[in-house]
Design a protein. Structure first.
Lengths: 503, 197
C-alpha cells in the first residue's frame, strides 16, 4: 500500500514539474530583426501641372501668372491659332508652333518667368478677344526632364534622364516638325495630321531615347529641344486603348487628369493629336493644328478616366490610340522650402592649349575653344560653387551659360563632365594634365552672346563630385580652324553662369 | 534481469521527472513500467536559430517617394540538432504607411560574404516569393507563430537541418501613389521562429 502511494505521488510530481501537464511543447528558438522603420517624405519631386485660360488683348509683354516657375508652356487659341510651345531650354523670344513645318518664332511665348510666362502680340497667343487655354509643366527629377541637343544628321541615342521615359516630345528649332512618341506607339507622330515616321524618335530607352535621321530630330548643326516624361502612378499616365467608335466611351487613367493628349496610332491613314486642358469648357478639346474647338474628341476628365467622343482622332473603332494624361499635385507647393532659380557665377575657369601643352591660362579673361588640326585644339574648363540644396527641394533644371565675344557660328560645342579635379591656376590646369571626361555630352550651337547647355543631370551629379564642365568643339582637328572666344570669370562682364532651378 | 520493485519504479519515475524538468518538457516519452536497465541515458535534441544582423536594422529609411524603396537581405541559420521548421512573422504595430508599403520576401542564397544587409550576390530560390503584399497585410496574416510564414529550409528541403542557412531578401517599396505623402510605419520587427518539426 505504501509503495502504491509513492507511485501515485510520483506521477503527481511529474505532472507538477512539467508545467501545465496537459501538452508537451516543441522546442522553440527565435531570432528577430527589430527596429525597422520606413517613412515617406513631406514632399515629393514634382512635375506640377497647371492649366488656365485668358482672353487675348493684343498687348505686348503681357504676363500670365502660374503658381510655379514653368519649364514648359503650351497655348492654344479657340479659333484658327496653331498650338504653340515653349521650353526653358529655348533662349530669347522664341516659341515653337506645334503644327506645320515652321521654325521657332518670336512674339509668342516670349519668356518663362519665376511666376509664369510672358506673351507677345502674335495671334497664336494673344489676338484680341480670342480665348486661349494654356497648360504649364514644372520639371522634376525622375518625373520630367527638359533638355536640348544639337543634331548630327545621324541616328544617335541620348542618356542621362535618370528614368526610362514614357513620352518624349522633340521640338526642332528649325523648320522640322514638332514630334512625339509615347510608349506603346510603334512610330513617331507629328502633332498635326500624319501617319508617322520610323526615322524620328526611334525608341524610348532605359535612361533616355534614340533618334533616327529625320530632319525632325537630327539635322546636322540644328538645335533641338526635348521634353521627356516618366509614368508616375496617380499623376502621369501613358497608356493605350482600342477605340469603339461609339459614345459614351472612356479610357482609364486611374486619376482625374488636368491635361491629356490623345492620338490615333494609325500608320496607314493620317490622323492628328488632340488635347484638352482642365480649364476648357465642358466637352471641349483642341487639335494642335490651326483649327478651332473640338466637341467630340476628349470630352471630359472624370475621376479615374477620360471621356471620349466619336471623333476619329480619339476613338476610331478597332484602332489603337495613345493617351497621355497629367494630374496636378495640389500639395506640392509646401514641399520645397525655397523654390526658384538661382544664378551662380563661376569660381574657377581656364582653358588648355594643345599647342602649348604645359601652359596654364587660369588668370586669362578669355576662355578659348578651338578645333584645329596639327595639335592646335583648345578646350575650356569652368567650375561653380554649388549652393546648398534648399530643404525639401531638388534640382529640377540646370543650364550652363557661357558668353562668346567671338564665335565660329554653327559649330557644335560639347559640355562634358571632367572625371577628376583640376586647379585653375598656380601651376594648375594645362593641356598635359587635363582630366578626361565622363558621361554623355551636352551640345549647343556656337554663336556670339550666351551659348547655353542643359546640364540638369550633370549638376545633380556635381552635388557628389564637383569637377565642373569641360567645353570643347564636338569635332576637333578641323583643317581650317574654328575658334570660340568666351568671357572668363576674370572678364569685366558676361561671366560664365550656372542657373539652377530648385523645386 | 531482475523484477522491479515499487521503490525502483518510484526512483525511475523521479529520474524521468527531473529530466523532464531539465529539458523543459520538450520531449514526449511514454511512461511505462519496466525492468531496470542500468546505464541508459537520455540526450535531449535542440532547436537553435540565429541571424547575421549584428543587432542592426534591415532598414530605417526616411524621405521615401512613391515607387521608391529599399532592398535588404538577412541570413538566417538553423543551429538545432532536431529537424526543424522556421516561420516568419511580425508582431509589431505597423503604422499608417503599412498599407502602402509593398513587401516582397524572397528566399535564396548569397555568394561571397556580403555584409549585412547587402543583397550583393543574392540568387532567389526557384520557388519565388514567399510573400508579396503590403506590410500591413503581412502583419495581419502573419502575426504570430501559428500564422507565421512557413519556410521549410534551403531550396528543395522539406525541413531545416543543422547548419542550414537561408538568405531572405526583403524588397520594401512605397506604393506608386502620391497619397503616401508624409506617412510612417511603426518600429516593427521580423521574427524568425524555429521549432522542431
Amino acid at each position: 500500500m505504501r509503495s502504491r502511494k509513492l507511485v501515485i505521488a510520483a506521477l503527481c510530481l511529474i505532472v507538477a514539474v512539467t508545467g501545465a501537464g496537459a501538452t508537451w511543447a516543441a522546442f522553440s528558438a527565435t531570432t528577430a530583426n527589430s527596429g525597422n522603420t520606413a517613412a515617406t517624405g513631406a514632399s515629393f519631386d514634382n512635375a506640377r501641372v497647371a492649366t488656365g485660360t485668358y482672353t487675348g488683348n493684343g498687348t505686348d509683354n503681357r504676363n500670365i501668372a502660374v503658381a510655379f516657375e514653368p519649364h514648359v508652356v503650351i497655348i492654344k487659341g479657340t479659333n484658327t491659332q496653331t498650338g504653340a510651345v515653349r521650353t526653358v531650354t529655348m533662349s530669347g523670344d522664341v516659341t515653337k508652333p506645334l503644327a506645320g513645318a515652321t521654325a521657332l518664332g518670336n512674339n509668342n511665348i516670349q519668356s518663362l518667368t519665376a511666376t509664369g510666362f510672358q506673351i507677345g502680340t502674335n495671334a497664336r497667343v494673344n489676338a484680341t478677344s480670342v480665348r486661349y487655354d494654356w497648360v504649364a509643366f514644372e520639371a522634376a527629377q525622375g518625373v520630367m526632364q527638359v533638355g536640348s541637343f544639337v543634331g548630327s544628321g545621324a541616328a544617335r541615342s541620348f542618356t542621362g534622364l535618370g528614368f526610362s521615359p514614357e513620352y518624349v516630345v522633340v521640338l526642332p528649332a528649325g523648320t522640322g516638325r514638332a514630334v512625339s512618341r509615347a510608349s506603346g506607339q510603334t512610330t513617331t507622330f507629328q502633332f498635326d495630321s500624319d501617319t508617322g515616321s520610323a526615322a524620328r524618335i526611334t525608341s524610348l530607352d532605359a535612361d533616355g531615347f534614340s533618334v533616327g535621321t529625320s530632319g525632325d530630330v537630327s539635322t546636322s548643326g540644328q538645335n533641338y529641344h526635348y521634353v521627356a516624361w516618366n509614368r508616375r502612378g496617380g499623376l502621369t499616365e501613358m497608356t493605350t486603348y482600342t477605340g469603339t467608335g461609339g459614345s459614351p466611351f472612356t479610357a482609364y487613367t486611374g486619376f482625374q487628369p488636368d491635361y491629356a493628349i490623345v492620338r490615333e496610332n494609325d500608320t496607314a491613314t493620317a490622323s492628328e493629336a488632340h488635347h484638352r486642358m482642365a480649364s476648357q469648357g465642358a466637352g471641349d478639346s483642341y487639335p494642335f493644328a490651326a483649327t478651332g474647338v473640338l466637341t467630340n474628341s476628349i470630352t471630359a476628365f472624370n475621376s479615374v478616366d477620360v471621356g471620349l467622343g466619336t471623333n476619329a482622332g480619339a476613338n476610331t473603332n478597332g484602332e489603337t490610340h495613345s493617351l497621355v494624361g497629367f494630374k496636378s499635385r495640389p500639395y506640392s507647393s509646401g514641399g520645397c522650402s525655397s523654390p526658384g532659380t538661382q544664378t551662380i557665377t563661376a569660381n574657377a575657369d581656364s582653358y588648355v592649349n594643345q599647342a602649348s601643352a604645359g601652359t596654364n591660362y587660369g588668370t586669362s579673361t578669355s576662355l578659348i575653344v578651338t578645333s584645329r588640326n596639327g595639335s592646335r585644339n583648345q578646350r575650356a574648363f569652368v567650375r561653380f560653387n554649388l549652393p546648398a540644396i534648399p530643404v525639401g527641394c531638388s534640382v529640377a533644371f540646370a543650364k550652363l551659360r557661357v558668353s562668346a565675344s567671338a564665335a565660329s557660328a554653327g559649330r557644335t560645342l560639347n559640355a562634358n563632365t571632367p572625371s577628376a579635379a583640376w586647379t585653375e591656376s598656380g601651376g594648375g590646369l594645362t593641356w598635359t594634365n587635363q582630366p578626361a571626361v565622363t558621361g554623355p555630352s551636352e551640345s549647343a550651337v556656337a554663336a556670339t552672346g550666351y551659348v547655353e547647355w542643359s546640364v540638369t543631370d550633370e549638376v545633380r551629379g556635381q552635388y557628389t563630385n564637383n569637377y565642373g564642365f569641360r567645353i570643347s568643339d564636338a569635332t576637333e582637328d578641323d583643317a581650317t580652324g574654328r575658334t570660340q572666344t568666351f568671357s572668363s570669370r576674370e572678364a569685366a562682364s558676361n561671366n560664365p553662369q550656372l542657373l539652377i532651378t530648385f523645386q | 534481469m531482475k523484477t522491479s520493485t515499487p521503490r525502483k519504479i518510484l526512483a525511475t519515475l523521479l529520474v524521468l521527472t527531473l529530466m523532464g524538468a531539465v529539458t523543459g518538457g520538450a520531449t514526449v516519452s511514454a511512461l511505462q513500467s519496466s525492468t531496470e536497465s542500468a546505464g541508459n541515458t537520455f540526450a535531449a535534441g535542440s532547436v537553435g536559430i540565429s541571424d547575421n544582423d549584428g543587432s542592426s536594422t534591415l532598414y530605417s529609411v526616411s524621405g521615401l517617394e512613391p515607387g521608391k524603396g529599399v532592398e535588404k537581405c538577412i541570413k538566417v541559420t538553423y543551429n538545432g540538432s532536431l529537424s526543424g521548421e522556421v516561420r516568419m512573422y511580425t508582431d509589431s504595430s505597423i503604422g499608417a504607411l503599412g498599407s502602402q508599403l509593398n513587401v516582397q520576401i524572397t528566399p535564396g542564397t548569397q555568394t561571397g560574404s556580403p555584409s549585412f544587409p547587402s543583397c550583393a550576390g543574392f540568387t532567389p530560390d526557384a520557388g519565388g516569393n514567399l510573400f508579396s503584399g503590403t506590410l500591413a497585410t503581412f502583419a495581419s496574416t502573419h502575426g504570430a507563430w501559428g500564422s507565421g510564414l512557413t519556410d521549410d529550409g534551403p531550396a528543395a528541403a522539406t525541413s531545416w537541418a543543422t547548419g542550414d542557412s537561408v538568405v531572405y531578401r526583403l524588397r520594401v517599396t512605397v506604393a506608386d501613389d502620391d497619397t503616401v505623402i508624409n506617412k510612417t510605419t511603426g518600429s516593427h520587427r521580423f521574427v524568425f521562429d524555429g521549432r522542431n518539426k
